[in-house]
Design a binder for this molecule. Structure first.
Ligand code: UDP
Length: 307
């Protein structure tokens, strides 16, 4: 039986990953400090004897008293509202946390996978974004704490691969949605769905013409597993290339919820990327992966969850 450590395992994506890997027969050690993660997300896994939950802040040194075959570093606030409230913890999770988990992987001779993000591309001047694009990030803007921490993490993982020959993976995760997103995490999917379900005004930021591409969580998990099992050390984009403006997205949410909500327009947050769309040709070619869920299908499941 292989053992995997998942940091941020009680978060939205982390908890789905814990569940998926337990089903695949892994022993799962889930580490979380519950800053944005929630014990409830993994409550149903606790009675499985191959699941261990530890309360740990990954910016502090971590020791595990057993062999670890895989280290998956997913711990970080990921919603713009969250990471702007706690920028220092965010920077620490993506710097000290990455260093600590890499050190552990080196000591245990584990394979290592970093959860990176499309935010490394910042407000991109190229669209769709290929892995070869270097990005357009403002280091001192409100998103800098997250974007730069993830960029630093990618550089550190690459250095551990080159210098220590650690077997590493980097996944650049684009907007992902589904059950277990926090209702109040401030991102567009929970905001619009919960506003629509209560027939409250739907808050569109700016003119709503900015775009995002949304990937259903089970598609993402499937891609992460394929990457984990591959031998690709360079970054790989995972996301759904189906791109929508926020106005189109609001209309779809209204329709699927049968809502009477009006749209209200609010100020566009500083440095909000104008477009975001993954080029997934690398994942398609090298992992034989592509997302299967259409936005409408995934949204129906997510709406049921929030109901
Ligand atoms: N957004 C919006 N209304 C909301 C929340 C977000 O119009 O209530 C917009 C936001 O300005 C951005 C997009 O939706 O352009 C996606 O925002 P989110 O916070 O989900 O994540 P991001 O992709 O910006 O990291």
């Amino acid at each position: 039986m292989k053992t995997v450590l998942i940091t941020g395992g009680a978060g939205f994506i982390g908890s789905h990953l814990c569940e998926f890997l337990l089903d695949k027969g892994f022993k799962v050690i889930c580490a979380d400090n519950f800053v944005t993660g929630d014990e409830k997300n993994v409550e149903h896994l606790k009675d499985k004897n191959k699941f261990v939950l530890i309360n740990h802040d990954i910016s502090k040194h971590i020791t595990i008293d057993e062999p670890v075959d895989y280290v998956l570093h997913f711990a970080s606030p990921a919603s713009p509202i969250d990471y702007q409230k706690i920028p220092i913890q965010t920077l620490k999770a993506g710097s000290l946390g990455t260093h600590n988990t890499l050190g552990l992987a080196l000591a245990k001779k584990s394979k290592y996978l970093l959860a990176s993000t499309s935010e490394v591309y910042g407000d991109p001047k190229e669209s769709p974004q290929k892995e070869s694009y270097w990005g357009n990030v403002n280091p001192v803007g409100p998103r800098g704490c997250y974007d730069e921490a993830k960029r630093f993490s990618e550089a550190l993982v690459t250095a551990y691969h080159n210098i220590h020959k650690l077997d590493t993976r980097i996944v650049r995760i684009f907007n992902t949605y589904g059950p277990r997103m926090r209702k109040e995490d401030g991102r567009v999917v929970p905001n619009f769905i919960n506003q629509a379900l209560k027939n409250k005004p739907i808050t569109v930021y700016g003119d709503g013409k900015q775009t995002r591409s949304f990937c259903y969580v089970s598609d993402l998990i499937d891609g992460i597993y394929k990457l984990m099992m591959s031998d690709i050390n360079e970054p790989v984009n995972l996301g759904n290339p189906d791109e929508y403006t926020m106005l189109e997205f609001a209309d779809m949410v209204k329709e699927l919820t049968g809502s009477k909500s009006e749209l209200v327009f609010e100020k566009l947050p500083t440095d909000d990327p104008k477009v975001r769309c993954p080029d997934i040709s690398k994942a398609k070619k090298e992992l034989s992966w592509e997302p299967g869920f259409k936005l409408e299908e995934g949204l129906k499941k997510t709406i049921d969850y929030f109901k």
